[in-house]
Each structure stands twice: as structure tokens, then as C-alpha cells.
Ligand binder design. Structure first.
Ligand SMILES: [Zn+2]
Length: 156
């Protein structure tokens, strides 16, 4: 059992573009031509991509940060996929970056940090959570998430 888990993990890598879990160097979402190429949804981890995909509401691309900024746990911006995100937004002429990170101290710190970096290049919005503080994206039901996406607001 433990060995099987190790094997599954070693076959699973990350998409080289969006950092979503992927067995291929580029994931299916990044490969897709039928998605909106100029909208990018920024999430903390791959589980959030899966949760948002379930809503079927979002048709843009994603960028997975791989965690949240947490001074308490010694996680700084340089340990997350933030550099590649700024590069992507710049290079791909992204029209809107939607930050979909649930509210918490770490979540808000990360949202503000990323928002400030992206603002010179694109419109930055944050999804409107009807979730309690610390409520996780992945536990939100599809309707709540779809509404949060619809009600997104400009980050100030
Ligand atoms: Zn990808």
C-alpha cells in the first residue's frame, strides 16, 4: 500500500505552465484550445482547481501557487510559484487575474502580495466568498463556489 502510494506520486508531476498536478509535462487544461486564454485564476493548490472545475462555471486557465505565504511556517513568496505567475501574466497578455484564495491570515497576505505584483499588468479581482473565515475552497459546494466566482470584485 505504502509503496503503491510512492509509485503513484513519483509518476505524478506538475504541469510546467500552471503547476497543476499532471502526469504530462503540460496538463489538459493548459493544452485546451477551447478555454479563455486571457483569464487566469490563481489558486493555492491543485485541489482548488478540481473544486473550481466542478462548478463548470469557469472557462479560463489556472495558476497554482503551491501554498500560501506563511511567516509562521517559514514559507515566503520565493517558495511559491509567484515568479512564473508574474511572467505568465505579462507574456500571455492576461486581461484578468482572478484570485481564488479562501480568506484566512495566510490567504489574505498571499492575495494582497500577489495582487500588488499583478496590478501593473492586468485587472486583478478576488472571488467573493460567502464562506466563513478559514473556510476552504475545496469544501465549498459547487453552487457556493459558482456564486463566489460570479460575484468577484476588483482588488483594492
Ligand atoms: Zn497546466
Amino acid at each position: 500500500m505504502a509503496q503503491a502510494l510512492v509509485d503513484a506520486k513519483s509518476q505524478m508531476g506538475y504541469c510546467s505552465i500552471c503547476f497543476h498536478l499532471s502526469a504530462e509535462p503540460v496538463c489538459d487544461i493548459c493544452k485546451s484550445n477551447s478555454r479563455d486564454l486571457q483569464t487566469l485564476c490563481v489558486v493555492a493548490d491543485s485541489r482548488d482547481v478540481i473544486a473550481l472545475e466542478k462548478t463548470r462555471e469557469y472557462r479560463g486557465k489556472y495558476h497554482v501557487l503551491g501554498g500560501l505565504i506563511s511567516p509562521m511556517e517559514g514559507i515566503g513568496p520565493e517558495q511559491l510559484n509567484i515568479g512564473p505567475l508574474v511572467h505568465r501574466v505579462n507574456q500571455d497578455n492576461i486581461q484578468e487575474a482572478i484570485i481564488a484564495i479562501s480568506p484566512s491570515i495566510e490567504g489574505d497576505t498571499t492575495t494582497l502580495y500577489v495582487g500588488q505584483l499583478l496590478k501593473p499588468f492586468t485587472k486583478v479581482t478576488r472571488i467573493a466568498f460567502g464562506l466563513p473565515m478559514g473556510g476552504d475552497l475545496e469544501y465549498a459546494d459547487e453552487v457556493t463556489l459558482a456564486r463566489a466566482l460570479e460575484g468577484r470584485r476588483s482588488l483594492d
